[in-house]
Design a protein around this ligand. Structure first.
Ligand code: NAD
Ligand code: ZN
Length: 243
C-alpha cells in the first residue's frame, strides 16, 4: 500500500473506532523543538540523564539534580504545542471513547488542550515534597531557590518517575485498562524501549485492537503494527484527523 492509502485506511479506522487509546513519546514533542531522549541536545555539562534522573543522584547532590531540571524547564518554557499535539485534541473532541497516555513530562499535551492525559512518567512542572508528599504546580523559570523547599521545610523534588522507580500505580492501572478496552491503539514517537509503557500497544493488540504506529524509524513495535506510518508526528497526525 502507498503511504497515502495507508493514511486513508488509518483515518477510516479512527472514524469507526469506539475506543481510541493513544500512547505518545518524546518524538511527538520533537517538532516543538524539544530534544528526544536519544537525540542531540540531551546532554547537560558532562552528565547524561541516566546519571541525574535517579533517586541516588538526588540523595547525593540535590542541588546538582535541580540545576539540571531547572535547565530543562528553562529549555521547555518557550516551547509551544505543534500540529501533532493539536491534532490529538481534535481527535479527542471527535471521539466518544478517547484516552491519551503519554511518557512525556513536558506538559505540551496540556497546553494543546488535551483533557487529563495519563502521565506515566510524571510532569516536570509539578513538584512533590520528599517528606510530607505535598504536591504543587510550579512554572517558575528559573527557579528562585535551588533546591526548592516545601512549606514544611523539607526538600521538594520533581514529580517525575526516575530511573529505578516504579510508575504511579493508579495511573498505570488506568493506562492498562484503557489499552485493554481500545479497539484502535495509536502509538506516536516512542522508541518503545522503556517498560512498562512499551507493552501497552502489544497488550491492546492481543485484545483485538488495531495498532497504528507513527515514527520516523522502525521500532520493536513496527512488526506488530497493522499500519506503520513513517514520518513526523507534526505532519502525519493532522493528516489522520482531517475530513
Ligand atoms: P525516545 O527519545 O526514546 O524515542 C523517541 C522516538 O521518537 C524515536 O523512536 C524517534 O524515531 C521518534 N521520533 C523522533 N522525532 C520524531 C518526530 N518528529 N515524529 C515522530 N517520531 C519521531 O523517547 P521515548 O520513547 O518517549 O522514551 C524516552 C523517555 O525519556 C521517556 O520515559 C520520556 O519520559 C523521557 N523524555 C521525555 C521528553 C519530553 O517530555 N518531551 C523528552 C525526552 C525524554
Ligand atoms: Zn513538605
Amino acid at each position: 500500500m502507498s503511504q497515502k492509502a495507508e493514511i486513508d485506511q488509518a483515518r477510516k479506522w479512527i472514524v469507526e473506532a469506539k475506543a481510541i487509546t493513544v500512547l505518545t513519546g518524546a518524538g511527538i514533542s520533537a517538532d516543538s523543538g524539544v530534544p528526544t531522549f536519544r537525540g542531540d541536545g540531551g546532554l547537560w555539562r558532562k552528565y547524561r540523564a541516566e546519571d541525574l534522573a535517579t533517586p541516588e543522584a538526588f540523595a547525593d547532590n540535590p542541588k546538582l539534580v535541580w540545576e539540571w531540571y531547572d535547565w530543562r524547564r528553562r529549555q521547555l518554557a518557550g516551547k509551544r504545542p505543534n500540529p501533532g499535539h493539536i491534532a490529538l485534541t481534535e481527535m479527542e473532541r471527535r471521539s466518544s471513547g478517547f484516552t491519551l497516555i503519554t511518557q512525556n513530562v513536558d506538559g505540551l499535551h496540556d497546553l494543546a488542550g488535551s483533557r487529563l492525559p495519563l502521565k506515566l512518567h510524571g510532569d516536570i512542572w509539578n513538584l512533590r515534597c520528599t517528606d510530607c508528599s505535598a504536591r504543587s504546580v510550579n512554572r517558575e523559570t528559573p527557579l528562585k531557590r535551588l533546591p526548592p523547599l516545601c512549606d514544611c521545610g523539607a526538600l521538594l523534588r520533581p514529580d517525575i518517575v526516575w530511573f529505578g522507580e516504579s510508575l504511579p500505580q493508579d495511573v498505570l492501572e488506568e493506562a492498562w485498562s484503557r489499552a485493554c478496552a481500545a479497539d484502535l491503539f495509536l502509538v506516536v514517537g516512542t522508541s518503545a524501549l522503556v517498560q512498562p509503557a512499551a507493552s501497552l500497544p502489544l497488550l491492546a493488540r492481543e485484545r483485538g485492537a488495531r495498532l497504528v504506529e507513527i515514527n520516523q524509524q522502525k521500532t520493536p513495535l513496527t512488526a506488530h503494527a497493522d499500519i506503520a506510518l513513517f514520518g513526523t508526528a507534526g505532519d502525519l497526525l493532522p493528516a489522520l484527523v482531517t475530513l
